[in-house]
Design a protein around this ligand. Sequence first.
Ligand SMILES: Cc1cc2nc3c(=O)[nH]c(=O)nc-3n(C[C@H](O)[C@H](O)[C@H](O)COP(=O)(O)OP(=O)(O)OC[C@H]3O[C@@H](n4cnc5c(N)ncnc54)[C@H](O)[C@@H]3O)c2cc1C
Length: 371
Amino acid sequence: MIDISQLNNVTVADDKKTAVIGGGAKISETIAAADAAGVLIMTGNCNGVSTLGALLGGGYGNTMGMFGFGVDSILEMRVVTADGSTRVVSSTKEKDLFWAMRGAGPNFGIVTSATVKAYATSEDERSAWCGALVFTPDKLEQVVQAVQDLELSSHEVTFLYFASSGPPAHAPVVIVSLWMYRGTPETGKVTFKSLYDIGPVVDTTRVAPYTAWNAAGDPFCAHSKRKPSFTAGLDRLDTKAWRATWDSFVDFQKKPGAQESLILLETYPMNEVRFAGESSAAFPHRKTRFQVIVMAWYDDPSLDDEAVEFGKGIRSLWQGSDGAEKKATYINFGHGDEPLEEIYGDNLAHLRELKREWDPENRFNQWFNIV
Ligand SMILES: Cc1cc2nc3c(=O)[nH]c(=O)nc-3n(C[C@H](O)[C@H](O)[C@H](O)COP(=O)(O)OP(=O)(O)OC[C@H]3O[C@@H](n4cnc5c(N)ncnc54)[C@H](O)[C@@H]3O)c2cc1C
């Protein structure tokens, strides 16, 4: 285990077009530095994970409709490779390694810092309309259908959760979380009219500054308890499968100590992010419309077996209802038991060649090890 959490500097260039992010900088640290310098930087949406940990696997985040995937933001990296040397890699220096690192980074080296794109903004331009709409469970099919039918433009993002209403009741509820860059209550309600028409019972949407965009996720992004999670990448949502998902969720969530368990569906605008092209980086799954995750969350180890059974059951329910020819799993959401073909897609053969070249003794072998 190599702890790089102290490599957490984030420095924005004077011309505000680039930033250098330390290998261990958390997303909250990157956003704080970006905001202070008056720029936006493409990051994931969870304050507690590391910026580059998320970016190296692909990098989903609120601004990706505008700026592309996290891997598309990376211009250059300083990498310690398996032979112990430090190299600078980019689209012109060690091109193959640069390609491999962006999607399979943890298999090839340790990134001590990365230079990424930054976007100069005024304070007004660092705001978004965001928050949650809460629905009663009888509205589930309508909500799932409305989420499926949304045609998100480049500055919009939508998440669907099955989660607890909070203590003390911990009633299971359906939540849709909305994000709209530079949106207002008026434009938000027009854009997401199909969801408002279903009749949410709670609406927490508001205009929030850049530094608060991820705040709603802080409770579930916290490091606490046991959280085995399982995921799938889907192209289509089947309302019957989502009703079955709900029933299974409600059963598990009422177990003592498991109330905070959740189901999460993320959907991002996909047109811009496809633009960089499937083979531009090792990250393979640019066309997947929905990322879905089931996360059992509890304290008592005696629930472990049931949690895994619950997670695997929901994952196969989702994969069985998608109709896709090939399974596509986002490496950063994977459980760890998925076949390499599902993780690295059509890039696996080339990654195997590069792995033999750059890490012949397989020193970097902890996460979806390319063998
Ligand atoms: C609550 C939660 C929310 C999330 N939200 C998002 C999101 O919005 N968008 C998204 O894309 N992903 C998201 N993820 C997934 C996240 O990107 C992955 O879990 C990621 O691997 C976390 O990286 P880490 O460095 O924090 O974790 P770690 O467990 O420390 O690292 C994960 C892997 O990356 C490697 N690694 C980390 N840093 C480096 C580095 N500098 N150089 C080389 N290898 C490195 C580690 O060796 C390890 O193999 C989320 C995860 C959680 C748990």
